[in-house]
Design a protein around this ligand. Structure first.
Ligand code: UD1
Ligand code: CA
Length: 446
């Protein structure tokens, strides 16, 4: 059993955010959650050091095998690790990671653990621009780490840097923590001061994997890299992507082989996709079965599209939407808590809320179910084979019978029995040949 400590108590000032840095989401999982998921693959017993917004961080991460300790004040990484001591064994290796390196993988952590020797081993990598990282200073005497703020010109030029991931012998950690001295001007304790005589610097790690997220530019970069990694995994299982960058698939989404995803779509929550999601769709907690399609620009949440159903372009499917086989929901149609049975169609500009639409019913453009009276929601039932003319208002609660016809522009306030016709509109007045007279009058200003 390997023990690990994740430092997640810092303020994260550079994020300029009211949300704790380590909770910033990446593909539906908080930043620090990615570190924990790599550790889960190692079956590690994990202590997370929390401080800034401790309750929120604990609530977001709480899971079996995860313990929390509190750092009362953010007095540096060296102080943070101190608060984890009571949860650590008296001997053996302890993996220490930062909560702001979400790209690291279990394979990399294994490499670090396998390369551990002596009292402490630090993972290092080389970068073009080392600004912000602690520099690895190698000399006859061994290695040490010099933080950005303390670098002279020679040290500043060193391109080998501290990843922020270490393996410590628990006994060494206990003994040496007492000797740490604070660094002015902020009087912070640095964990990097524990990398001293006898320490090992294990080099050659990937700079990308250890990218520390300190600001939103790095956060956006990390998001792109994670998208690629996740999308690549799905693409290798047979999911069709237009590219590996523009589609974002959150971690709890499930995709089936041969699902097709369009440019710029966001797949969120617990969505399950076996069919096609067109470009620029936002899909949350939605099921798209095989041979079902969401066309471009559609927003769907809590909806189910059965095989052969189609929605969009630019449809809005809200929670409780069920589209059965051969249902067509077209552009600028909003559907909420409504089931459309097999073959029903609402092709344009419609609101269907708290309704049931029977098989093969046809809902004309501009139809509105008036489901809300300002106090309560009411249901609309539209029978199989019914035809609702364009621009009709169905004032719920109301039932339109099987095979009934509602004339265009009608306001329907009572039940239309099966097979009946309902038309409710003011009579049309025709004034033959009057158009020219009216024009003349208007032109003359009279
Ligand atoms: C740290 C290292 C630096 C390394 C870099 C790698 C130190 C002093 N410096 O710098 O050598 O190159 O990581 O990314 O360690 N934290 C606490 N309590 C605190 C302060 C920080 O828990 O009082 C946590 C933060 O939440 C964060 C992690 O420790 O997850 C690292 O802190 P951060 O302030 O990001 O350190 P860096 O300046 O990046
Ligand atoms: Ca950092």
């Amino acid at each position: 059993m390997i023990h690990a400590v994740v430092l997640a108590a810092g303020l994260g000032t550079r994020m300029c955010s009211p949300l704790a840095k380590v909770l910033h989401p990446l593909l539906g999982r908080p930043m620090v959650g990615w570190v924990l998921s790599a550790l889960r693959e190692l079956d590690a017993e994990v202590t997370v050091v929390v401080g800034h917004q401790a309750e929120a961080v604990e609530a977001a991460l709480s899971a079996p095998g995860i313990h929390f300790t509190r750092q009362e004040q953010p007095r540096g990484t060296g102080d943070a690790i101190r608060s984890a001591l009571p949860t650590l064994p008296s001997q053996g290796p302890v993996l220490v990671l930062a909560g702001d390196t979400p790209l690291l993988t279990a394979a990399t952590l294994r490499r670090l653990l396998n390369g551990h020797q002596g009292p402490v081993t630090v993972a290092t990598f080389e970068v073009e621009d080392p600004t912000g990282y602690g520099r690895i200073v190698r000399s006859e005497a061994g290695i040490r780490i010099v933080e950005q703020a303390d670098c002279g010109p020679t040290e500043a030029a060193i391109r080998e840097v501290n990843s922020g991931a270490y393996v410590f012998e628990a006994a060494f950690l206990r003994e040496s923590l007492a000797d740490l001295q604070p660094h002015p001007p902020k009087n912070e304790y640095y964990i990097t001061d524990l990398v001293t005589t006898g320490a090992r610097a294990l080099s050659g790690f990937s700079a990308q994997e250890f990218m520390g997220i300190n600001d939103r530019a790095a956060l956006a970069e990390a998001r792109l890299l994670l998208r690629r990694r996740v999308n690549r995994g799905w693409a290798l299982k047979g999911v069709d992507f237009p590219d590996l960058d523009s589609v974002e698939v959150e971690v709890d989404v499930h995709l089936e082989p041969d699902a097709r995803l369009g440019f710029g779509s966001l797949l969120q929550g617990k969505s399950r996709i076996a069919g096609t999601v067109g470009p620029h769709c936002v899909v949350r907690d939605t099921v798209v079965e095989k041979a079902a399609t969401l066309l471009a620009g559609t927003v769907a949440e809590g909806a189910v599209l059965h095989s052969g159903a189609q929605a969009g372009p630019m449809a809005h499917l809200r929670p409780g939407t069920v589209l059965e086989a051969k249902v067509k929901v077209g552009n600028f149609v909003e559907v909420k808590n409504t089931q459309l049975h097999r073959g029903a169609k609402a092709s344009h500009l419609t609101y269907l809320g708290d309704a049931e639409v029977g098989e093969d019913a046809n809902i004309g453009a501009g139809t509105i179910t008036c489901n809300y009276d300002g106090f309560h929601k009411h249901r609309t039932e539209i029978g199989p084979g019914a035809f609702i003319g364009s621009n009709s208002a169905l004032v719920a609660p109301v039932r339109i019978g099987r095979d009934a016809i509602v004339g265009a522009g009608s306001v329907v306030t009572e039940e239309v029995p099966d097979g009946s016709i309902a038309v409710a509109r003011p009579p049309l007045r025709i004034s033959k040949g009057s158009a020219e007279r009216l024009r003349k009058r208007l032109k003359g200003g009279a």
